[in-house]
Design a protein around this ligand. Sequence first.
Ligand code: G4P
Length: 535
Amino acid sequence: MSTELQTEISQAVERRRNFAIISHPDAGKTTLTEKLLLYGGAIHEAGAVKARRSQRKATSDWMAMEQQRGISITSTVLQFEYSNCQINLLDTPGHQDFSEDTYRTLAAADNAVMLIDVAKGLEPQTRKLFEVCKLRGIPIFTFVNKLDRPGREPIDLLDEIEQELGLQTYAVNWPIGMGDRFKGVYDRFKQQIHLFERTAHGSREAQDTVIDLGDNRIEELLEQDLYYQLKSDLELLDGVGPELDLDLVHAGKMTPVFFGSAMTNFGVELFLENFLQYALKPGSHDSNIGSVEPTYPEFSGFVFKLQANMDPKHRDRIAFVRVCTGRFEKDMTVNHARTGKAVRLSRPQKLFAQERESIDEAYAGDVIGLNNPGVFAIGDTIYTGQKIEYEGIPYFSPELFANLRNPNPSKFKQFQKGVSELREEGAVQIMYSTDEAKRDPILAAVGQLQFEVVQFRLQNEYGVETTLDVLPYSVARWVSNGWEALEKVGRLFNTTTVKDSMGRPVLLFRNEWNCQQLIGDHPELILSAIAPVTS
Ligand code: G4P
């Protein structure tokens, strides 16, 4: 390894920041993404992301479903530069396209931005995604959005985050007014007020007038009540709130909070600047040889998502790989840890929205799309040099269950093959009844879309028409101490025992309440909402 290459890798890691946005539908994720890209110079006019979306709808039919439902099924990686940093935004599928992929994407992210609507506070999807971030202990940055609309008291929102998520908060900036009277934000470090002008839907970068707190103009610019409100809020924050502690932030225990309005650009740039300063750079990953640093000179990465048939022009599958170490080069040959085979990585792709652009190199923190049909499964490691195998991606707790039936016996083989391949690809989890007579697979999913994708693909790719019988469960828990523990306990009530594709016991419950009751009654069973991929 030359020192030049080592320096190049170190510099690349130093510049990189990678994050995903966690939010509930409608909080403004698309809008914020667009504004971040606008500041990053990746687009010049807001509206481009949405426009690209609808353009895509018109040209792509990789799934007729995508058109029918008017949603995007694929998640993408957006790359942009700002202030000499290379930023990778891993787009987490949300809305109706919420699926296990949304969780898996978080397994590839180094930081999360929790986007909250000021009027709504914490919402269900945000809480679920937060839990996954918490498990990984990644830093969480909070952006409270839509301050140009009436909403809840900022202090209440901080309180909600602290009480419900158990995260300490530190407000980096503080809003002045709200709704029609939203005047801007106060930067607590620089002790400056940012007064913003509204642009038409924030389609250009906002005009940002900055004045110091002691400046006489404040009294002219801010109405008296807003000025006094700001002063008293700041006294309260300084008096009772903790200091910003970056170690706690990096451990996922404290969240820096920003206020703004993505639509009108208020506070977006201030957020971006601070985020880049506080966010974690690509870090180390646990593997069979211990913790591996991103500057480790050999290339390695893991597959966190597989996407089939994204583009009708290329009926193919793309494996999304999170680069963990070293330098990726086009056409390089790597080893595939699970199979032990050598694989040549031809046609690597960087993904900007839906466009595919070929890439020549990538470093830790980047995501590449690889085009090797059938070779990769979720969680696979690829590497050069000494063998490295990363920990893999767990199965996340499904919430929707259905029996999948193939009414046509002549299609039995295709049905089996399709189900097994779609499971391997991670499109859905498959469970089976413990009753040998019931052989229909149970589809277990995080989002409804996964069912539709499976049925659609079984028909289109395997020629099998299937029917679904929805099952009345909404909670799944793996029994970590296995069948033996279950046998000892004997008969259980208000739950059904099934096995996952690896034969491990899983309990299904109709609701959280039944699950909690069983936990109370049988503390000897170790239940887990997440199961490791490898047994
Ligand atoms: P999502 O991706 O999280 O689902 O949210 P998206 O950005 O699509 O935003 C949801 C709605 O909230 C959009 O309105 C968007 O314009 C609006 N919005 C986002 N940020 C702000 C903000 O800071 N202030 C205000 N007032 N609204 C905001 P829409 O009516 O659904 O769409 P559109 O007609 O604006 O395109």
